[in-house]
Design a protein around this ligand. Structure first.
Ligand code: FAD
Length: 447
């Protein structure tokens, strides 16, 4: 149940009932008499991918930083996920990883991760949040069309909603949280009111995905549970991942950049996999039964909206999740970033001062929270010549050092652990700049 916190208002509205919205609803619930979560989609109960969030058809990795934040906000979520068929994975022994450098050696790690479909993960989180939040109402099949704005106060005071019958309605709230994803919704709503838009940073990656669900042919000799195969960064680099999900099946996503996209017919999908630098993934797919149509999606650009830097921010309105920052999915950071932002919102609301003081504190904290995944994604994307953006966000020294850490992690267990902690959003990148790590990286490269 929701632990009551200091009361900050009568009603909070959360726009978008996907991961960020569910977690933000948990974050705000202790401080308001009621929370209304609104989504344009009709959720029909069972776990299933949905067109209203088309990324749900694709492979989703949950990083440890995000997993911990989700569990902190919705206690019992992980137990529910595990009870629903999520597959426990040992990253050191259960993954077959290969590139032109060869096949990665197994390693020991206490870390365990979860393998499941995005739709099961979302379903479990939704059930956990709805069951555990007594003052939360989930209104589905309603589309947000705009914001209610009080110009005298300079504050957002609610939203305009359109029901599935086309009828418009107004809903007021002391706080409006935008969790409507990476689209332009909030930007349109602010523009329509003649309000300032947040400054935006964009890095164009043009990453094309194709994904499907397969049932592998049983093979007693198979020693892996998941496969990751990809080219080293270069023009024309391709990659593919096969991960176990619930019900004894696997999800496979293939990807390429700048027009070199995997096709959505089975023969083309297999041919794309065959061109990867190691045959393991292709061979597994070639003997598998395809159990879902192949879904395609082109991810255009990493995008960070700097709400914290707006000169005239409307009061009572904050973003969370992809609405604030969205990254190339290859690095598996989006859900975790959303969860860490929602945790930051929970912590800021538990702070001191007026509601607006606490929202300002949240925006500053959220900007810090997204800095790590934002820079991780852009560093990795700038290794590819086709990426377009402000490369000066990294000095040549930082680009070189980050690459050295990756190389050293292949040779030194301690460096691999540090690097994995950063990759899983458990530790800031700056920790890798400390002398102890630098010395270890240099020694590993010299060995
Ligand atoms: C191909 C692909 C693969 C990915 N893989 C990973 C991965 O491996 N790991 C990872 O962590 N992340 C991954 N991501 C990113 C992840 O999907 C997102 O970061 C995450 O879903 C963000 O959640 P969100 O709640 O902010 O937005 P969304 O999940 O996009 O949800 C937005 C919600 O708002 C609703 N909505 C939108 N507009 C309105 C409106 N006007 N009115 C009412 N409702 C509205 C939508 O119906 C939707 O439910 C991937 C993304 C893609 C595209």
């Amino acid at each position: 149940m929701t632990q009551r916190g200091e009361r900050l208002g009568e009603r909070a509205l959360v726009l978008g009932g996907s991961l960020a919205g569910l977690l933000a609803a948990r974050a705000v619930a202790p401080h308001f008499d009621e929370v209304i979560l609104v989504d344009r989609a009709a959720f029909d109960g069972g776990p299933a991918p949905r067109m209203s969030a088309p990324q749900t058809f694709h492979l989703h990795v949950l990083l440890k930083g995000g997993e911990q934040a989700m569990e902190a906000l919705a206690p019992g979520f992980l137990a529910r996920l595990e009870a629903s068929g999520s597959v426990p994975l040992d990253p050191g022994h259960d993954f077959f990883s290969a590139s032109e450098l060869g096949v990665a050696k197994p390693f020991e790690t206490p870390m365990r991760v979860h393998g499941q479909s995005r739709w099961l993960l979302e379903h479990c989180l939704r059930a956990q949040v709805l069951e555990g939040t007594g003052n939360l109402t989930f209104r589905t099949g309603e589309t947000v069309r705009g914001l209610l704005y009080n110009a005298e106060r300079g504050a957002v005071e609610g939203v305009r909603l359109e029901g599935s019958d086309g009828v418009e309605d107004a809903l007021t709230g002391d706080l409006v949280v935008d969790a409507s994803g990476r689209g332009e919704g909030a930007i349109r709503w602010l523009k329509a009111l003649g309000l300032e838009e947040p400054p935006v940073e964009t890095v164009k990656v043009s990453f094309g995905y194709a994904s499907t669900v397969v049932r592998l042919r049983p093979d007693a000799a198979r020693s892996w549970k998941a496969v990751v195969v990809g080219n080293l960064p270069r023009d024309g680099a391709r990659g593919g991942v096969l991960m176990p999900i619930e019900d004894g099946r696997h999800i496979c996503s293939l990807g390429g950049r700048a027009g070199d996209y995997p096709p959505d017919d089975e023969a083309g999908f297999l041919a794309f996999a065959k061109a990867l630098p190691n045959p393991e993934l292709y061979e597994a797919l070639a003997g598998a039964q395809f159990e879902a149509p192949i879904s395609k999606l082109i991810y255009p650009a990493n995008r960070l909206r700097h709400y914290e830097a707006m000169a005239q921010r409307p009061e009572g309105f904050v973003p969370v999740g992809d609405a604030l920052c969205s990254f190339n999915p290859t690095y598996g950071q989006g859900m975790s970033s959303a969860a860490l932002q929602a945790k930051a919102l929970s912590e800021a609301l538990a702070g001191a001062g007026s509601l607006q003081d606490r929202l300002e504190a949240y925006l500053a904290r959220a900007a810090e929270v997204v800095r790590l995944p934002w820079r991780q994604a852009n560093y990795n994307d700038f290794l590819y010549p086709t990426t377009e953006g402000d490369r000066s966000m990294f000095t040549p020294e930082e680009m070189t050092y980050r690459t050295q850490v990756q190389m050293a992690a292949l040779r030194d267990d301690r460096v691999r652990e540090w690097s994995a902690a950063v990759q899983h959003l458990l530790m800031p990148f700056e920790r890798l700049l400390e002398p102890e790590v630098r010395e270890r990286v240099a020694a590993a490269l010299a060995a």
